[in-house]
Design a binder for this molecule. Structure first.
Ligand code: PLP
Length: 375
């Protein structure tokens, strides 16, 4: 059997990794400033993470959600404390797309409506709120046809008001910092306006923190930069540091009932051990503050490079904008400087998403390599 060929691949085969260093099958070491789309939050192969997963697997890796699993409650408790979101309840699932599907379902159940507002250039996974982030029209096709999505321009107060006058919606879903689309953000005024309009119109406000959450923006959640409180928050990526896991934080004002949501694998013992160890390392190594501090350092270094025309994002969710398309530069960084970076729908943007415990010395190495390739 062959693989269903849907991914264009770089000619690199990683075989081992520690921190932000990745070794390929030829023994070449690369520096990972991308973390597989912001997934690697505490570094590859962190000793605490590895040990906790091994210990858990030795005891029990999986049963089902029909029996008690105290790890889920332990995790919910710790997540509530570290994120400052104690008045939410946690539903665990397996990926970002699944987290958003469940969030949209919750909104639909809660309001008895189905239409959704999303924002142009956003990406919420291969879900009913999917939006084209490439030229590939397939990505634009909603999976769940029942949930019709209206895409509005970000930061356009008038368009939002007009949409609400014309129709009624169950939810607005928003990335506090757009990931794949290219790091555009709602302004604080717009975010607060959307939150207020949702409240006034009985809509559910969903913050998609799949990419921007878990400390990456320099706060636990990126919406916390704007003084708003979403009804539902979705998480995945950095949450498991590579273990496939997602979750939905649902405000305690939403009533749960048996069978309302469900999944086979979500919140299994191994997944919980992975997330708990990520949270423990984040706490012990003060990684949220670290992301804020190193992010500022990164911005400082980037501002010294004349070819960088604009610096977008926060914390360690950054984009350097050039006045040319960066596909060639990214290839040269990989093949000549042995450095992984990310691209975006905005083809002139180089995305920087390293583990939150990346050091200043490693950031210096990135910028030295970048300068070499740009000169
Ligand atoms: N939401 C955001 C903001 C994302 O960036 C992504 C993936 O890139 C998703 C949702 C989908 O996550 P997954 O690929 O785990 O389904």
């Amino acid at each position: 059997m062959k693989l269903f060929d849907v991914y264009p691949l770089y000619d690199v085969t990683p075989v081992s990794a520690r921190g932000i260093e990745v070794k390929d099958d030829k023994g070449q070491i690369y520096l990972d400033f991308y973390g597989g789309h912001a997934v690697i939050s505490i570094g590859h192969g962190h000793p605490h993470y590895v040990q906790r997963l091994k210990d858990q697997l030795d005891k029990i890796g999986f049963y089902s959600n029909s029996v008690q699993n105290p790890l889920q409650s332990e995790l919910a408790e710790k997540l509530g404390v570290l994120s400052g979101c104690k008045n939410y309840n946690l539903f665990m699932c397996n990926s970002g797309a699944e987290a958003n599907e469940n969030a949209l379902k919750m909104a639909s159940f809660h309001t008895d409506k189905s239409k959704v507002i999303a924002f142009k250039n956003s990406f919420h996974g291969r879900t009913s709120a999917a939006v084209a982030t490439t030229d590939n029209p397939a990505i634009n096709a909603p999976i769940n046809q029942q949930q019709e999505v209206t895409f509005l321009p970000l930061n356009d107060f008038g368009a939002f008001e007009e949409a609400l006058q014309k129709d009624s919606y169950c939810a607005a879903i928003i990335e506090p910092i757009q990931g794949v689309g290219g790091l555009d953000e709602p302004t604080t005024e717009f975010f607060q306006f959307v939150a207020e309009q949702c409240r006034a119109n009985g809509m559910v406000l969903i913050a998609d923190e799949v990419q921007s959450g878990f400390g990456r923006s320099g706060k636990f959640f990126a919406f916390q930069h704007h003084g708003i409180q979403p009804d539902v928050i979705t998480i995945a990526k950095g949450m498991g540091n590579g273990f496939p896991v997602g979750g939905v934080l649902i405000h305690e004002s939403f009533k749960a009932s048996y069978g309302l949501l469900g999944t086979t694998f979500g919140g299994n013992h191994l997944a919980c051990a992975a997330v708990l160890s990520v949270l423990e390392v984040m706490e012990q190594e003060h990684l949220v503050d670290q992301a804020a501090e190193i992010g500022l350092y990164c911005k400082e270094k980037a501002s010294e490079i004349p070819q960088v025309k604009n610096i977008k994002g926060r914390g360690l969710m950054l984009g350097l904008e050039f006045d040319f398309e960066v596909a060639g530069l990214r290839k040269d960084l990989i093949h000549k400087q042995y450095i992984f970076t990310g691209g975006a729908k905005n083809k002139k943007l180089l995305r920087i998403l390293p583990a939150l415990n990346v050091t200043k010395t490693q950031i210096d190495m990135l910028f030295e390599a970048l300068k070499k390739e740009l000169s």
